[in-house]
Design a protein around this ligand. Structure first.
Ligand code: NI
Length: 408
């Protein structure tokens, strides 16, 4: 495995098969928790490679275990996991390509079809390495349901996918259309945000629109609250620690000449910092009570935790970057990239096991591949599949090969 291009060469050889798998899934997208055909296809490909398979984990989840060749590493054999998500989104596919979705109103608009193909590609490559008796540790392939919600990572962890054998390190990847195909970004530390939900109910006193002094106008209280909430972001959190608070819905009122007695708002609350995340609900609650109380209203605040921030281990990010450089050259590996305030339930794996989430460049403006994820015309440059498969397998191989002295 000294030649640095071996795994990429292998990946290029299987590229047509990866594109075929990706398109098969793309044409038959399945929503979170309903990935029945997708998981069957995953299990079938893994079995054909001689990989042990467990199906129906936390619903439609699939686990593959490729056992290392005993005695290659010398000491304790370590175990790497590589994870893919499988679910599509409730979006009508508006692309004009032969492989567009055949399911009305359902579409792979976040590249999870690509993640499945990429991780199956890594399984093909690493099964080949195992066939030559050169795999110095175990590799688990984790295919989870429902990343877009309600989340498949946590239930799969609870079902024991990180145990027996225990996983020492985990890798995940996401197709990233903002980065050109042929490049990847691997960040140390926080890469993606927490995704908590907030719900605010303001209770005033209804009345006639002509007599506001005899009522407590919940809409006026809500107006104060919406503006004041942004001071949580601007005045109560360090400016170096990003927080976003978006009120996404507001409902209240009956008629133009009636004072509303109640307003309900929901929103999303996101941050990269786990400590800030813990402090935010208390700050919001205090502010809400002050404003509502000061105006004679009352308020109910509910904080609904979403996914935690996705925080890469710096040592694994470094290792994966070196592996990626072997595959695509160091100039194509981006280490400094702005974090995104999007979220991922891969974060639950990273809370348990050190690892890295790799953003695989898949944009190609010349080919018109520019639409962001969750867009009805989202697509990606399929050359990303072989690149991603090669980098994931190279990083897994390098981790298993390196001395464990400096690695977790
Ligand atoms: Ni996604």
């Amino acid at each position: 495995m000294s030649s640095q291009c071996v795994l990429l060469e292998n990946a290029r050889r299987i590229e047509p098969r990866l594109i075929e798998i990706r398109r098969a899934i793309h044409m038959n997208p399945e929503l979170g928790g309903m990935e029945f055909k997708t998981s069957r296809l995953v299990a079938q490909v893994l079995r054909e490679l001689g990989i042990e398979v467990v199906e129906n984990i936390a619903g439609t989840g699939v686990l593959g275990l490729l056992k290392g060749a005993a005695g290659v590493a010398g000491s304790r054999m370590r175990t790497v996991a590589i994870r893919a998500d499988m679910d599509a989104l409730p979006i009508q596919d508006k692309k004009d390509v032969p492989y567009r979705s055949r399911v009305p109103g359902v579409m792979h608009a976040c590249g999870h079809d690509g993640h499945v193909a990429m991780v199956l590609g890594a399984a093909m490559i690493l099964a080949g390495v195992r066939g030559e008796n050169k795999l110095p540790g175990n590799v688990k392939f984790i295919f989870q349901p429902a990343e877009e919600g309600p989340g498949g990572a946590k239930p799969m962890i609870e079902a024991g996918v990180l145990e027996n054998p225990g996983v020492d390190m985990i890798l995940g990847a996401h197709i990233w259309p903002e980065i050109p195909v042929g490049r990847v970004a691997i960040k140390s530390g926080a890469a993606l945000a927490s995704t908590d939900e907030i719900r605010i109910v303001i209770k005033g006193e209804g009345g006639h629109g002509a007599a506001p002094h005899r009522a407590v106008d919940a809409i006026v209280v809500a107006a104060q609250v919406i503006n004041a909430l942004q001071t949580i972001v601007s005045r109560e959190v360090s400016p170096t620690s990003p927080v976003v608070l978006t009120i996404g819905t507001i409902q209240g009122g009956y008629r133009h000449n009636v004072i509303a007695d109640e307003v309900t708002m929901t929103g999303t609350l996101r941050t990269l910092n786990p400590v800030v995340r813990m402090e935010l609900p208390g700050k919001i609650d205090r502010l809400l009570r002050g404003i509502a109380g000061g105006m004679g209203a009352s308020v109910e605040f509910t904080h609904i935790p979403g996914y935690p921030p996705t925080v890469n281990d710096s040592r694994i990010a470094e290792l994966a970057s070196r592996s990626a450089a072997k595959v695509i050259g160091g100039a194509n590996v981006i280490r400094e990239i702005e974090p995104s305030l999007g979220g991922e339930d891969f974060s639950y794996f990273l809370e348990r096991v050190p690892g890295a989430f790799i953003m695989v460049g898949a944009g190609n403006p010349e080919a018109g591949i520019t639409f962001p994820s969750h867009h009805p015309r989202f697509d990606f440059d399929e050359r990303a599949l072989a690149t991603g498969a090669a980098i994931l397998s190279q990083a897994a191989f390098d981790y298993l090969s390196e001395s464990s002295d400096f690695l977790p």
